[in-house]
Ligand binder design. Structure first.
Ligand SMILES: O=C(O)CCC(=O)C(=O)O
Length: 290
């Protein structure tokens, strides 16, 4: 089956920006029909068992005394509370997500940005912040969750809605992909690290005003951001009373990626036969490019 072409080619300047800053925003690159084809699958994902209500998880953690990252207390604004919902590996249950990951313009875009002759799917993720979501997404590094080593690994973030700073735009620490520190993964609604994981805590960039260059993009459907797996990033809550923030993240590997167990990070049943150092040449990492 052929790929759907991007609306335009990735430019050399965009490739340079990706490797310099660890993130790039690609404007007007995804065809509207491809985005429209994912609207219903996202709704189906939202009511599937692959989805977690991260706001409820935050409530449970908060009542246990864990400090959360939020835009304010429940009831602090007039906007009724909305929920932050997230899920991973929808491609295993919903064929539309597999088609989107393998046949949309994303693999060609990723091959260009990673300067890679091959691209494989690592995982997908649906990340929805309904109007009135007060939970931020804590700063984190994707590689801390990925059982992978390598330089050619990235996340594409594909919004289905217009996104602004106050509706949940992702915030990226420019240049943080150059830091070789191994960071611990966190629980997304708190900076608390996942128990049993190894490495350093992610620095508290919320408090490091002026010391780090944090970049964020207002995006329209058709625009995407792509960040390196080592780029530290988080996201705002969604303060809007009416506007949803629906996004699909698809995470890909390139030529140099190898399997590497990240102790304590969530495991995947379809990785059961993998060993550290293995090339990702099995069906658990579906081939996306060429
Ligand atoms: O959408 C969000 O809130 C966070 C996105 C993110 O962390 C990712 O896609 O890697």
């Amino acid at each position: 089956m052929a790929h759907i072409a991007p609306l335009r080619a990735v430019t050399e300047a965009e490739i340079e920006a990706f490797w310099r800053d660890g993130v790039v925003c690609l404007r007007s690159i995804m065809p509207a029909a491809v985005l429209e084809s994912m609207v219903q699958p996202v709704e189906d994902a939202l009511v599937s068992s692959a989805m977690a209500d991260l706001s409820e998880m935050g409530d449970a953690l908060g009542s246990g005394g864990v400090e959360l990252v939020t835009d304010g207390a429940v009831g602090a604004s007039d906007v009724p509370r909305g929920h932050f919902k997230g899920g991973t590996d929808h491609w295993l249950q919903q064929s539309e997500f597999l088609d989107f990951a393998l046949r949309s313009p994303l693999p060609a875009i990723v091959a260009a940005l990673l300067r890679s002759s091959t691209v494989r799917l690592y995982e997908d993720s649906v990340l929805v912040k309904e109007p009135g979501t007060r939970e931020r997404t804590a700063f984190h590094q994707d590689l801390a969750y990925f059982h992978l080593a390598g330089e050619q690994i990235c996340t594409t973030w594909v919004p289905l809605d217009s996104v602004r700073a106050d509706t949940g735009a992702v915030r990226f620490v420019a240049g943080s992909h150059l830091d070789r520190t191994t960071y611990r993964p966190n629980l997304f609604v708190t900076t608390m690290a996942l128990p049993g994981t190894e490495g350093e805590e992610v620095p508290d960039y919320e408090q490091m005003k002026g010391e780090a260059r944090i970049i964020s993009f207002d995006t329209e459907p058709g625009d995407i951001t792509v960040h390196h797996a080592r780029t530290i990033h988080g996201a705002n809550g969604n303060a809007s009373a009416t506007r949803r923030r629906r996004a699909i993240s698809v995470r890909y590997t390139g030529d140099d990626a190898r399997f590497l167990t990240r102790v304590g990070a969530p495991t995947k049943a379809h990785h059961a036969t993998m060993h550290d150092g293995d090339a990702l040449t099995v069906d658990a990492f579906p081939a996306a490019w060429p």
